[in-house]
Design a protein around this ligand. Structure first.
Ligand code: ADP
Length: 159
């Protein structure tokens, strides 16, 4: 059974993330979207809220689930019996950091491999931070996030 983990902050989940989830779900028997609970990284949404938005976005997939984790990603992967980590690459700028991360993870746990999925060109500009900036300025975010996420953003930003 191929169990994959797609880790990230997802603050909040965008259509770029959903595109990666869709594609990763087709090459995995079971895909776990893992939301990093890192108190040192300032996030707009609490980890429970980020999970809730992901849960809504993945409701039509029967082999995808969401969970939060803290600590080392490889320890989490081990505990789930997962051998694949999925990461999305948007541009060359993502590459250096992702390479370092993947190689470090493999040094710590050599049974895990990272698979990079190249972002769909349609979403290559998209990031959670950009979405938050546009939402703060009352811009239209309907092309970036689901209506569920859009509502949550408006609520938290008092828009
Ligand atoms: P992190 O803080 O781990 O970078 P993110 O939530 O920003 O968390 O991203 C999680 C994963 O999703 C990363 O692999 C990132 O490259 C990928 N990703 C983010 N935005 C997009 C996008 N627009 N298209 C494809 N992949 C994306």
């Amino acid at each position: 059974m191929k169990i994959s983990i797609y880790p990230g902050s997802f603050d909040p989940i965008t259509y770029g993330h959903i595109d990666i989830i869709d594609r990763a779900s087709k090459i995995s028997d079971r895909l776990i979207v893992a939301v990093l609970n890192n108190p040192e990284k300032k996030s707009l949404f609490k980890v429970e809220e980020r999970c809730e938005m992901i849960k809504d976005a993945i409701k039509t997939y029967d082999n995808v689930e969401v969970e939060s984790f803290d600590g080392l990603l490889v320890d989490y992967a081990k505990s789930k019996g997962a051998n694949i980590i999925i990461r999305g690459l948007r541009a060359v700028t993502d590459f250096e950091y992702e390479l370092q991360l993947a190689q470090t993870n493999r040094q710590i746990y050599d049974k895990v491999d990272t698979i990079f999925l190249l972002t769909n060109i349609q979403y290559s500009y998209l990031s959670s931070s950009i979405v938050k900036q546009v939402a703060k300025e009352n811009g239209d975010i309907s092309k970036f996030v689901t209506p569920f996420v859009s509502d949550k953003l408006k609520k938290i930003l008092n828009k």
